[in-house]
Design a protein around this ligand. Structure first.
Ligand SMILES: [Zn+2]
Ligand SMILES: [Zn+2]
Length: 144
């Protein structure tokens, strides 16, 4: 799913509830916390970062709950995952088609619009299920 402009006008809690229901996910308090966090942090955080931030505000949440919730969201197609360095999975509130630009200086991951319509003659007859575009370089803020 891609966040639309009109979504930004709604209260975040309403939006969180609505997204969970829309994706057939029972809206428990902890699931709402995880989704709300992701909606406010578009830096493609790791599960650990997500856990630490939520835990600092509500220490009752367990690491397992955060991991299970993230897995559930991915399975339901509500969020997506990406990897920067093969070691850590990053979680992404944007689940629709888009590419990533990783800045080698500040480490920030930027989303950009990308249409998956490439044809690969060498893969004729293959079934492509997943295409990841990761560009690396120096972002415009660091180039200044
Ligand atoms: Zn940068
Ligand atoms: Zn992304």
């Amino acid at each position: 799913m891609v966040l639309r402009l009109e979504d930004k006008m709604l209260d975040i809690k309403d939006k969180v509830l609505h997204l969970l229901e829309e994706n057939d996910i029972k809206p428990s308090y902890q699931r709402m916390q995880v989704l709300e966090y992701l909606m406010c942090d578009d830096s493609h955080p790791t599960a650990d970062t997500i856990f630490k931030n939520i835990h600092s505000k509500s220490p009752i949440i367990s690491k397992a709950t955060v991991y299970n919730t993230l897995n559930l969201f991915v399975k339901k197609g509500l969020i997506s995952t990406m990897m920067i360095d093969k070691l850590e999975v990053r979680y992404d509130i944007v689940a629709g088609e888009h590419g990533h630009f990783v800045c080698k200086n500040c480490g920030k991951v930027y989303n950009f619009e990308y249409k998956y319509k490439n044809k690969y003659p060498d893969l004729e007859g293959f079934d492509i299920e997943n295409e990841e575009i990761v560009l690396k370089g120096i972002c415009k803020h660091c180039r200044r």
